[in-house]
Design a protein around this ligand. Structure first.
Ligand code: 5GP
Length: 187
């Protein structure tokens, strides 16, 4: 099996060290905010598959308050006649009523995915519902959604890979985030 080659990427946006530093800061901010909330309960972190995997794992590792993990699998109809429509492929298994729910997402792009999760989980009467995204790709937003915690804001509309983000299933395991070289799409 061949290793990734540096010429598959046109540039690195955030190194592994920068990501870990920012995730640690986010964890501290979340910890401080939730420490003031009512109840002795654990946070229910709901990771949106599959991109949120490394981010949610690291976020929890830096936190010393109780956190449960659950997963939700969604699918969007890209390049179809139903733009912006999201399908629920696999729901969470945790009963969310009365719980403090933190949705963890890799990147907010058009905003349709988070609009969907806000409506879905919001309808279950959680004690609180917040969202934490590693990346916010602002130029592409189509629907406004509240995102309480953001790792990095992107001002350019670029397709990024690494640290959970894929292209055709690859690159999720990279510890840094970069821009895929356009020639990789043209293959
Ligand atoms: P939204 O519903 O906000 O348009 O899309 C969110 C999803 O689109 C993300 O969870 C991610 O799977 C995908 N996505 C959006 N932008 C990028 C990107 O630059 N790179 C990758 N790998 N996925 C992206």
């Amino acid at each position: 099996m061949k290793p990734y080659s540096p010429d598959e990427f046109s540039k690195t946006l955030w190194t592994a060290e920068q990501i870990q530093q920012r995730v640690r800061e986010l964890s501290e901010q979340i910890r401080a905010d939730y420490a003031e909330m009512e109840g002795e309960d654990a946070i229910v972190a709901v990771g949106l598959m599959r991109g949120a995997m490394p981010f949610m794992a690291d976020l929890g590792r830096y936190m010393d308050i109780a956190m449960e993990y659950d997963l939700c699998w969604l699918s969007s109809y890209v390049n179809s006649d139903r733009p912006g429509e999201i399908e629920l492929v696999q729901d969470v298994r945790t009963e969310l009523e009365g719980r403090h729910v933190l949705v963890v997402e890799d990147i907010v792009d058009t905003g349709h995915t988070l609009k969907f999760t806000n409506e879905l989980f919001g309808s279950r009467n959680p004690a609180s519902l917040r969202t934490c995204c590693l990346l916010d790709k602002k130029p592409r937003r189509e629907v406004e959604v509240p995102v309480e915690y953001v790792g990095f804001t992107m001002e350019e509309d670029e397709f990024v890979i690494g640290y959970g983000l894929d292209y055709a299933g690859r690159y999720r395991n990279l510890p840094y985030i970069g821009v895929l070289h356009p020639r990789m799409y043209q293959k």
